[in-house]
Design a protein around this ligand. Structure first.
Ligand code: FES
Length: 156
């Protein structure tokens, strides 16, 4: 198994919290994505299947069902733009268009230079300060075009 020992130890603790071992699969996938480059590779899916006593296709089915899991390596920076109701009403589509313009990435894709991945996400719980995006795990709220350009334009 190629999973890091630290993750396996974490999973060993995690599975104790659930009546069935496989119930910890989704949090385990999250941890793999966080720790192993921001995506879930085919090898990681096989390792997770072995750990949980599942078939690799079972893990693949979960990974590909949920949009928060990536099956390709992301760019250096990940911009996750919320498009749910509060953000939509306050201009999320325009923000998304501006993000794509500034980064050179298409929605669901990565810029040619590998610097940015842009994705649509569901409500992030920051509706009071819509529209918003999550950039590499940090929320940016009350966005307008100028803020988007300032935030993303200065990134290396
Ligand atoms: S709708 Fe965008 S944060 Fe809730």
């Amino acid at each position: 198994m190629a999973l890091p020992e630290t993750l396996v130890a974490e999973f060993d603790r995690m599975v104790q919290k659930y009546p069935e071992r496989r119930s910890a699969l989704i949090p385990a996938i999250h941890r793999c994505q966080e720790e192993l480059g921001g995506w879930v590779s085919p090898e990681t899916m096989e390792d997770l299947a072995a750990y949980f006593g599942l078939e690799p296709v079972d893990v693949y089915g979960v990974v590909t069902f949920y949009p928060m899991f990536r099956t390709k390596p992301p760019g250096k920076h990940v911009v996750s733009v919320c498009h749910n109701i509060s953000c939509d009403l306050r201009g999320a589509e325009g923000i998304l268009a501006k993000v794509c313009e500034v980064t050179g990435a298409k929605v669901g894709g990565t810029s040619a230079d590998g610097k940015f991945t842009v994705e649509r996400v569901e409500c992030q719980g920051a509706c009071a300060n819509a529209p918003m995006f999550d950039l590499d795990g940090v929320y940016h709220e009350d966005l307008d075009d100028a803020k988007v350009a300032k935030i993303l334009g200065g990134l290396q």
